[in-house]
Design a protein around this ligand. Structure first.
Ligand code: SF4
Length: 266
């Protein structure tokens, strides 16, 4: 019997479409030429497959793009209830430009305190913050609002991590950056279309074709050339050493220049 595989955070991306066009989007949504919604049956299949490999995750997250652009994800959230004892909280991240649909709310109520909606408040770019908080409060659905406008922005604002060329860091510099990386500390694993990576940058830069990840940087849930135990072992060791994506990453350290969040592309 192998050791349990317990994660801290696992984020699934059900869409690359967004209502905003943020210049410094850390998931690079504006760089995709043909952004798409991932079909519900594919998402359900990925979730079933993940829970064949992973025993437990503290947070099961859905991030975009903007998830509430879709009015067909309630079936996915409802499906996750089958695994309710395998994660602590369902976390949904939104930019408060569109309200969740009635079917979503119906499912959210079944989660009780077992979920949280994290609202990124980008000021004038998040026109539904008040309506959303009122709606969620009415149905006692847990939420937090993170302020990303004006003074005292969450994390001091955003970093410009939109470049992909190798920055020529030495081995020591890479280790120093990796050791202090918040994504590593949070064990913030990300998944898109059946591929799981150790951080969002590794996943999205690879999906865009901007970098070629090393074999140890990701797991393809459906790769038949590896056994499930080999996949589990790779996931366990994602954060053992810097990955290919670190070579071009500006990192999220306190000393990295911050910019106002959500500045829009023309
Ligand atoms: S690429 Fe490396 S430094 Fe950048 S977020 Fe991922 S783990 Fe951290």
């Amino acid at each position: 019997m192998s050791q349990p595989l317990n994660l801290r955070r696992l984020a699934i991306m059900p869409t690359l479409k967004c209502t905003l066009r943020c210049k410094l989007c850390s998931n690079y949504m504006t760089m995709f030429k043909h952004p798409e919604h991932i079909p519900v049956n594919e998402l359900i299949c990925d979730i079933d497959r993940v829970f064949e490999l992973v025993d437990y995750t503290e947070w099961l997250q859905f991030v975009g793009g903007e998830i509430f652009m879709r009015n067909d994800l309630s079936d996915v959230y409802a499906h996750c209830l089958n695994y309710k004892n395998r994660f602590d909280k369902l976390i949904l991240i939104t930019n408060a430009t569109v309200l969740p649909c009635e079917k979503d709310i119906y499912v959210f109520k079944q989660y009780g305190r077992h979920m949280q909606i994290q609202i990124s408040d980008y000021g004038k770019y998040s026109p539904q913050v008040d309506a959303m908080t009122e709606l969620l409060r009415k149905d006692d659905i847990p939420f937090v609002v993170k302020k990303y406008h004006g003074d005292l922005q969450h994390y001091g604002g955003w970093v410009d991590n939109t470049h992909f060329e190798d920055r020529g860091k030495s081995k020591d510099q890479l280790w120093e950056q990796f050791t202090h990386c918040g994504q590593v500390a949070m064990r913030n694993f990300h998944m898109y279309r059946g591929k799981m990576h150790g951080c969002a940058r590794s996943l999205m830069a690879s999906t865009l074709g901007k970098i070629t990840p090393a074999g140890r940087d990701f797991v393809d849930l459906y790769d038949k050339s590896e056994t499930d135990e080999e996949k589990r072992e790779k996931i366990r060791h994602f954060n053992d050493a810097p990955r290919v994506s670190c070579r071009s990453c500006i990192s999220f350290g306190d000393d990295v220049e911050r910019f106002p969040a959500a500045e829009q592309k023309k």
